[in-house]
Design a protein around this ligand. Structure first.
Ligand SMILES: [Fe+2]
Length: 578
């Protein structure tokens, strides 16, 4: 049975294919059309899913979409009636969305087939149920507490659920305009980060701040019994676009979130690309701190409703790895399973799995043990691209390849590492990664100057052998998808100077042999040479979506000051390619 899951006409459009209950392929459209956070119809992602399975769209039994504009209608009407000035906007938005519901025509057009030959059944699933489904049905658990939070989806910002067997039972929802995602985005905009997806950057800045604004910013979110509400004086009124606009070319633009009350309380907003002052750092600190308070408050409420130690979580805010790392100390939850594609691309996986288990009542047998669900490329394909690019290269057996790359990293080289299937979700986890020594002074500046050009305050991440994590970090819960930040043990901070953030933390990836044997062996080889079971891992890209295909990796290698490219079994060094 084939189920195609889709996130479409929404940021991070994506497609996923579930074959007999197993997620066999999943990809965001941005990796293929190279438009970051693309929010149109994911035609290329759908084609890639079908190609992988050797299937045609006529073979697909079900199409599942992680959006249901009929969901929570009563709450939408209630809000519109209380805010009559915006009723017209809501009606216009609904009309605009109507053609987007004709999935049959959209698929037929994208794949150039007659709509009458398509035989699939179509399912629409509420946004946050799809998020929770993307975590719970991929987890190893038969029972869990489910949690999803983000800016908004189907008029909801937060959902709590009881997950058991094949079923996800919603126990609570927080409706718009109350939204922790909107709160975070609003402050990010105020301090000059105004692009969709900038929240992750500002999380790094928070560690430089002091608690100057915790009290005044604390008033912006009120915690009440089991929930929260925003002081809407600080926000521009919620419009039809819920704070975000999709432009005709599929790019996403944020609408301004903050109101004059923010300016009155905190002064003039910072213009993008101007100097960052202590005020911005302190605002970021207060924002993160208050966000965490509300997050733990909600999780404790969830635990009261669903008393269970296992937490299945997704939604864009679940990418807040700092909050995730602290939740064990502030809530009764002992284990987390967080969808690697916690943002909206993950809806494709959630909608498809929910259809399989909850609607078709098929038994659970799949567990998402790794995120390598994207395309891979044959050696012949890679070699032909190297030739096309006129690069000098050599082919190595696996052992010498690992040894040479580990030695290059130990020597201080910056290595592009392109292997196997591409990661699903926003993190590079050892298949489309740029790797470097985690303990060389100045390595962070070298990476920024030569390739990444990121903000000075953003830390780089460490990949660590799973069994060595307790030696280096103060928490041993695994973080296979780089979604937890933990304190680095004091005695190891010097060894990890290039990945040790200003508050002595690291957003680690724990790497097991079972999930990525090649990357695991590379870190082992590096440990043999240096005594450090850790490699600095950052995504393989330069101000663009993460590279997907060999030619994109080769282009990135050529145009940046990366020292070495290890692509499949081939190794190319800059020194041999002047
Ligand atoms: Fe979402």
């Amino acid at each position: 049975m084939l189920i195609l899951g889709l996130n479409m006409f929404h940021a991070d459009a994506s497609a996923a294919l579930v074959q007999d209950g197993e997620v066999v392929f999943a990809i965001a459209e941005e990796r293929l059309n190279r438009i970051k956070h693309y929010a149109g119809f994911p035609s290329l992602a759908i084609k890639a899913c079908l190609d992988f399975a050797g299937a045609k769209i006529t073979d697909v039994d079900h199409v599942a979409i992680g959006q249901d504009s009929d969901a929570n209608r009563a709450e939408k009407v209630k809000y519109a009636l209380a805010n009559p000035a915006r009723i017209l906007n809501f009606i216009r938005l609904r009309q605009r969305k109507q053609p987007m519901r004709d999935v049959r025509s959209l698929l037929a057009k994208a794949l150039d087939v007659d709509p009458d030959v398509l035989r699939f059944r179509q399912h629409h699933l509420e946004h946050h149920i799809a998020h929770i489904a993307s975590a719970y049905y991929c987890s190893p658990w038969e029972k869990a507490a489910g949690f999803s939070y983000d800016g908004s989806g189907d008029f909801v910002s937060t959902m709590m659920a009881r997950c058991e067997g094949n079923h996800i039972e919603v126990v609570d929802r927080v409706f718009l305009p109350d939204s922790l995602g909107s709160f975070y985005t609003m402050i990010c905009e105020f301090i000059g980060y105004q692009q969709y997806g900038d929240e992750g950057k500002v999380m790094g800045l928070a560690s430089y701040g002091k608690d100057t604004f915790c009290k005044p910013l604390g008033d912006v979110i009120g915690l009440r019994k089991g929930s929260f509400n925003l002081d809407l004086d600080f926000f521009k009124a919620l419009g039809s676009n819920q704070g975000m606009q999709v432009l005709p070319d599929g790019t996403v633009q944020l609408a301004r979130h903050f109101s004059p009350a923010m300016v009155k309380t905190f002064g003039t907003p910072r213009e993008p690309h101007t100097e960052i002052t202590q005020r911005e750092m302190d605002l970021a600190y207060a924002m993160q701190s208050r966000f965490e308070d509300a997050f733990f408050h909600l999780l404790n409420q969830l635990h009261r409703r669903v008393p269970c130690e296992d937490l299945a979580m997704a939604g864009g805010c679940a990418l807040n790895s700092v909050a995730n790392g602290k939740l064990f100390a502030h809530t009764p939850f002992r284990r987390t399973w967080i969808q690697p594609a916690a943002g909206d691309e993950g809806l494709a996986v959630g909608a498809a799995l929910h259809t399989y288990h909850a609607i078709l009542n098929q038994p659970r047998r799949f567990e998402m043990k790794n995120s390598f669900l994207g395309p891979e490329f044959s050696d012949a394909n890679i070699e032909s691209e190297l030739k096309k690019a006129k690069l000098c290269y050599r082919k190595l057996e696996r052992g010498p390849l690992l040894d040479t790359v580990a030695q290059e990293i130990a020597n201080g080289s910056v290595v592009g590492w392109f292997q196997g299937r591409m990661e699903w979700g926003p993190r590079a986890l050892g298949n489309r990664s740029i790797l470097a020594h985690p303990g060389l002074q100045g390595m962070k500046d070298v990476l920024n100057a030569r390739i990444k050009q990121r903000e000075w305050f953003r830390p780089f991440a460490p990949s660590i052998l799973e069994e060595r994590q307790p030696d280096y970090f103060e928490h041993d819960h695994p973080s296979p998808f780089m979604l937890h930040v933990y304190k680095i043990r004091p005695e190891k901070r010097a060894q990890l100077s290039a990945v040790n953030h200003v508050d002595d933390t690291g957003r680690l990836q724990s790497v097991s042999h079972e999930e990525n044997p090649l990357y695991y062996k590379l870190i082992r080889a590096f440990e043999r040479k240096t005594g450090i079971p850790v490699i600095l891992n950052t995504s393989f890209n330069e101000n663009e979506p993460i590279v997907c295909e060999p030619h994109q990796a080769i282009d990135c290698f050529k145009r940046t000051r990366m020292d070495v490219l290890a692509i499949g079994p081939y190794l190319s060094a800059k020194t041999e390619n002047p």
